[in-house]
Ligand binder design. Structure first.
Ligand code: SF4
Length: 373
């Protein structure tokens, strides 16, 4: 299969691993930002194949995981109201709020629907003008353009029974927050390639410069990730801190101008709370004042819902790379994908779910298991 098999070639992987092993001379910690990269790393055992002195830290790049509990609770409240059709991507339905999830709302009679695009939700609104149709807009810069386009179209077509519950987050402010944390152990970043395919790379040089940290834009297949690690380690060993694009087949420095145009029209940056981490200044998007009428929080007056995370859950530390999932006492016992206590277990991109799915039930790394010979 073109463009997949080529990036999973074992012989090329071997060469990249040998190159990394021949370059590294001391311990380094590299954070992969994206949950999709985390799953690829764990699924293919990349962390176990690397030399023992390279640690991969799993970052906060899973959109479901970082959506705060209070936003889930707002979604549950809106979805429970009579006359509402609540539309969402499928991965949000199993995310528990304070007491239940959207599946439970649906089984209790709520009209909760899985859609594959926010434009599908807009079409539902056009077909059912007597109902209020709400789309749950969650995610990073990758999903935001489609959601912005739905808002743009709703306004252009004057569809007044459509609104968006928006909880979008942005990667660069999260990198900034991670680097400013007193507990930060990250020495280099693998930036998320799909985010950069939309946004470009122009926000990253200032971060690399300020924090003296290499940032390598990286894809998702095993060879992409190994190449990202190879470049990051090479920079670290040389004492460099530049932005490199190791995903040029998808990423241009200026990003996608069409997507950026609609994003700028519909969204403006705002402070955003990240689950388990707290509020990061400028890390989110909200609808601009011109689109306020399409803001579900405003329309349904749910802006003041406040909730608390389960005390046992350490997903905040997992999301910051401070602990590995299996270091949580609830991992694999009280907390499993069937009984998730935190979003990092419920989401298909969450680090806890990846560790459970690929049976990383205890600390797997030793010098012996890390050997590539
Ligand atoms: S294993 Fe479960 S309880 Fe522990 S940090 Fe992960 S999601 Fe939270």
């Amino acid at each position: 299969m073109k463009y997949i098999d080529e990036f999973q070639d074992p012989a090329l992987a071997r060469r990249l691993l040998d190159d990394i092993a021949g370059t590294v001379t001391r311990p380094w910690s590299v954070m992969e930002v994206c949950g999709g990269q985390t799953h690829s790393i764990i699924r293919h055992g990349i962390d176990q194949l690397l030399p023992g002195n390279i640690e991969l830290i799993h970052g906060p790049g899973c959109p479901v995981c970082v959506t705060p509990l209070e936003v889930i609770d707002k979604a549950l409240e809106i979805a429970s109201r009579p006359g509402v059709v609540f539309c969402s991507f499928g991965d949000m339905l199993r995310v528990p709020g304070s007491g239940r999830d959207l599946f439970r709302v649906k089984s209790d009679g709520g009209d909760v629907r899985v859609v594959y695009s926010p434009l599908d939700a807009l079409r539902i609104a056009q077909r059912t003008p007597d109902r209020q149709v709400v789309f749950f807009g969650v995610g990073f810069e990758t999903t935001a353009p489609a959601i912005a386009m739905a808002a743009h179209q709703a306004k252009r077509l004057e569809v007044r029974n459509f609104s968006l519950l928006v909880s979008h987050v942005r990667v660069p402010p999260a990198i900034e927050a991670i680097m400013r944390s007193p507990d930060c152990r990250v020495q280099a970043f693998l930036a998320a390639g799909h985010v950069c395919s939309v946004m470009g790379t122009l926000e990253y040089p200032a971060l690399a410069d300020t924090h003296k940290v290499p940032i390598v834009v990286t894809g998702f297949e095993p060879l992409d990730i190994l190449e990202g690690i190879r470049r990051a380690v090479r920079q670290l060993e040389r004492g460099e801190h530049r932005v490199e694009n190791a995903y040029p087949r998808a990423v241009r420095p200026q990003g996608n101008p069409v997507a950026l145009s609609v994003l700028r029209e519909v969204f403006t940056t705002t402070d955003r709370a990240w689950r388990g981490i707290g509020t990061i200044p400028g890390s989110g998007w909200r609808l601009t004042d011109a689109y306020r009428d399409y803001d579900a929080e405003h329309r349904f007056e749910v802006a003041d819902v406040a909730t608390a995370e389960p005390a046992v859950c350490r997903s905040g530390e997992v999301l910051q790379g401070l602990v590995k999932p299996h270091e949580c006492a609830a991992f694999g016992t009280a907390c499993t994908p069937r009984t998730p206590l935190g979003a990092t277990m419920v989401s298909s991109e969450g680090a806890c779910a990846a560790y459970y799915l690929y049976r990383r039930l205890a600390t797997p790394r030793t010098e012996e298991t890390a050997s590539v010979d």
